[in-house]
Design a protein around this ligand. Structure first.
Ligand code: PGA
Length: 261
């Protein structure tokens, strides 16, 4: 795992977008795993800008989102399909038919989970997966105690996640209590992972995921099992990390990061 600490959240989002754009430029038909949430909005804004100015081309890219609320369709403003269309897909030159999320309105939940995992497999697996982390340590909607071997399935959300996300719903109680999510195992199968964590509120959970024990109580800690992970944080989110000096030293002295300095 490599950890990069940026001066502020804007720079962290810019660096994340730049890494994604570089991966697409190296592999124009990249299978890109995407995440939702407030943390990702500036990343998508940056990618839109880069696409508009000709710095990255999404024509051959296929995307797979981590999760979707059970019961919400694409026209519901709180669905992740709506979030992705409005923050990214409608503003870049990607083929809509190449963008994939679990279908929140699917009639058979088990079949939908199976379909999603099979689709990822059939299209060659995820090359680069973007991750955030929830206040309870979740990646996707893999709430505490999710198996590290889990595949796509429906999870009941924790009260903490409910509190974190119901502020976006009107009324807040209309937020679904269950969601489709790629499993921790699905996520670990991707070839590369970039996790972005910003804000003081996330400092404690960031330290647990990055430096804490490997535990399904903090599903974000599962990234420690992956061979190719970069975690990008702003100063605020990095404030509880013990090995900060080393991470900064490694970022400055590893030639592979020279183009991002
Ligand atoms: P946030 O959500 O970016 O809105 O904090 C992240 C998550 O819950 O995974």
């Amino acid at each position: 795992m490599e950890v990069i600490i940026c001066e502020n959240s804007k720079k962290a989002a810019k660096l994340t977008a730049k890494m994604i754009a570089n991966a697409i430029n190296e592999m124009p038909n990249l299978n890109l795993g995407l995440a939702t949430g407030a943390t990702m909005e500036p990343v998508y804004a940056e990618l839109v800008q880069m696409n508009c100015s000709g710095k990255v081309d999404f024509a051959g890219v296929r995307t797979f989102n981590l999760d979707e609320y059970v019961g919400l369709g694409p026209n519901n403003k709180n669905s992740y399909r709506y979030y992705m269309d409005s923050n990214l897909f409608d503003k870049i030159n990607i083929l809509k038919s190449s963008t994939h999320l679990p279908d929140g309105l699917a009639l058979d939940e088990n079949k939908e989970c199976e379909r999603y995992d099979q689709l990822i497999k059939k299209l060659g697996g995820i090359d680069l997966q973007l991750l955030g982390i929830g206040n309870d340590g979740h990646i996707g909607f893999n709430e505490p105690m999710s198996s590290f071997a889990s595949k796509t399935r429906v999870k009941v959300l924790t009260p903490e996640t409910y509190k974190q996300n119901s502020i976006y719903f009107n009324p807040p109680e209309s937020m679904p209590k269950r969601a489709y999510t790629m499993g921790v195992g699905t996520i670990l199968n991707s070839k590369q992972i970039i996790m972005l964590i910003t804000g003081k509120k996330k400092a404690n959970i960031a330290a647990q995921a990055i430096e804490g024990p490997l535990t399904s109580m903090v599903t974000g800690s599962a990234i420690q099992l992956h061979q190719n992970v970069t975690v990008i944080l702003d100063e605020d989110a990095s404030s509880n990390l013990k090995m900060k000096d080393y991470y900064n030293f490694a970022f400055k002295n590893n030639p592979k990061w020279a183009k991002y300095q």
